[in-house]
Every structure is written in C-alpha cells, then in structure tokens.
Design a protein around this ligand. Structure first.
Ligand code: ZN
Length: 327
C-alpha cells in the first residue's frame, strides 16, 4: 500500500529543486486522469480533497477511489505509486480530526484569516493530534488575494506573508510545511483587469510573484518545505475552447508557468493546481458536446474529459513542477 505522508516527498523535492503537484479531486474520472499521468511520469503525487469536495463526493467514496488507484497501479502498471492524501483548507480542528481519523495522511489547517496568536493556537492543536496519528500538517501565514477582494494587490503588502513572523510560527506550532502568500491567488479570475497589464495579443498579464518574500522566508527557514496555493496558470487556449463552445469566461487569468517553475526550483515543494484541471476537462467536454450534439452517454464525453485531465497533469509534472521520474 503506497498511501504515504508528504515527508519523504518534500525532503527529496527540496534537495532536488522541484515541487510535487497537489491536485484537487472530487470524482472518479479526475482521480483516474491524475493517477494515470503520475504512473506514466513516475511522479510522486498529492491528491487533495477540499471541504466542498468531501461534501460533494463523500469522504468514504474519495478514500476508496484513491485506494483503488494505488492498487490498480500496483497490479496493472507494476508501480508502487506514492500518493499523499491531503485535506485542502481545513477550517477547524474537528474537520482535520475527521480526515485524520478517516485515513488522510496530511491535513491543512488554514487559520490564516485569524490573528497571528490564534492561528498559532489552532495550528498547534491540529499538529498535536495529527502527529500522534502519524499525519503531517500544512499551515498558512498570509492571506491570498482573490478576484473578489476589493484590495489592490500591488498596494496591499499586508496580504503577503510577513517573513519576520515565520520562524516563531513554525517553531511554536510544529507544522510540517507552510503555505505562504507571495501573489498567487485562488480561482480562474486571479486578478482584475485593473491589476494587470495587457500583452500585444490583448491577453492579461498579472503582476509578478514576490520572489523577494519567498527568498526571505527560505532564508529564515532553511530546509523547510514551502507551499504555493492558487497556482493555476489558466492557459488561454483552454479558455478559448470554452468560449468558442458556448462558455463565457472573459478575462480569466492565472500565474505564468515560468514563474511557478522558478518557485519549484527554490524552496517551494508543493504547488496546488485545481483550476487548470477544471478548465481542461470543461473545455474538452464542451468541445465534444458541440461536435457530437446527438451523443448522450456520459461515458462519451467523460472519456475525453479524463484524457484532458491526464494531459494537463503530465504537462504540469514535466514542464512546471519537474517531479517526473522522481518517484
Ligand atoms: Zn488554497
């Protein structure tokens, strides 16, 4: 059985100058697409489940599907696929405990919106329970801006992680990895057009990531794994397919892949990618249905949807994360 914690994965990723991909899952096709790519690429893998995904698919279904993926890899691909099963954005001790009790090997406690002392207290509580059960904990310092924020990212330094806080936070909580805010953002609309410039093709270019903050954090926490959330790149070719096939996603924008590749080569050991998988799957399904208006068997469009997930994950592993061949 190769459901493991991220401890070894992160150590190797830190030393090897790459990052492990953390992909959000909520149904069978997504899990299969991601795992097929990981098997082919011989890549370590983090499958993460949000509170919403757990509500949608039910904890036990997701856990059994992931166990099935591990068994399938062993039996049919002859490969001991190492998968870390992680709770994304746990917002309470109870939720984290329920996932730990339910077989997850890693949880995130996100108390980043709380005051510093309270964040420390909640995180410490989760770490104590998790470590007692052989589970690792990701915590967060700093707040990721989203498109719904009224705040202008360029002028709002307080949303970035404050490097001067990280040593105290990590030593007092005992967390195993830390998500920081350096200018990434959740969703497919990471920045408003006003926050961006436009390139010659009229496509939005977001403000660059704050590598100075990442560097300062890494200096203060040598050897410690850093996590980036909100790190989809929102590839414009997929937005275009969606928009050409009945979709409506104007000005969707993400983080350029070169910047994520650079972060992966530094202390960032885990990069969360969710929106890009959604875009790939939706684009493929929209295109399929537009081209085959008479088809109505879900397998007909879910099959290319699953393939689109696999292709996107393989691309991320090889061209962005650098984790291919590392399992
Ligand atoms: Zn996140």
């Amino acid at each position: 059985m190769a459901i493991v914690t991220s401890k070894e994965m992160f150590k190797k990723a830190y030393d090897g100058g790459y990052a492990v991909g953390a992909f959000n899952v909520n149904n069978m096709e997504i899990i299969q697409g991601i795992c097929d790519a990981a098997i082919e690429q011989r890549a370590p893998l983090i499958l993460q489940v949000s509170k919403g995904a757990r509500k949608y698919a039910n904890h036990i279904y997701l856990m059994k599907l992931i166990e099935a993926a591990v068994e399938d890899a062993e039996q049919n691909a002859g490969f001991d696929l190492p998968i870390c099963v992680h709770l994304d954005h746990g917002d309470s001790f109870e939720l984290c405990k329920s996932c730990i009790d339910g077989g997850f090997t890693s949880v995130m406690i996100d108390a980043s919106s709380k005051p510093f002392a309270e964040n420390i207290e909640i995180t410490r509580q989760v770490v104590a329970y998790a470590h007692d059960h052989g589970v690792v904990v990701e915590a967060e310092l700093g707040t990721l801006a989203g498109v719904e924020d009224e705040v202008k990212v360029s002028a709002e330094d307080s949303s970035y992680t404050r490097p001067e806080e990280v040593e105290e936070f990590v030593s007092k909580t005992g967390c195993d990895s830390l998500a920081i805010a350096i200018g990434t953002s959740h969703g497919a609309y990471k920045f408003t057009p006003e926050q961006c410039t436009r390139n010659e093709k009229g496509i939005l270019v977001p403000p660059p990531l704050r590598f100075d903050v990442l560097e300062e954090v890494s200096k203060r926490l040598p050897g410690f794994p850093i996590v980036l959330h909100g790190s989809s790149s929102v590839p414009q070719e997929f937005v275009k397919i969606i928009n050409e096939n009945g979709g409506k996603m104007p000005d969707a924008v993400g983080i350029p892949e070169e910047q994520l590749r650079k972060a992966a080569s530094l202390s960032v050991c885990k990069i969360n990618i969710d929106s890009d998988l959604r875009l790939a799957m939706t684009a493929s399904i929209r295109q399929y249905l537009a081209e085959h208006p008479a088809d109505f068997d879900p397998r007909q469009y879910l099959k290319p949807g699953r393939q689109a997930i696999k292709d996107m994950v393989a691309h991320k592993m090889v061209d962005v994360l650098g984790c291919n061949g590392k399992a």
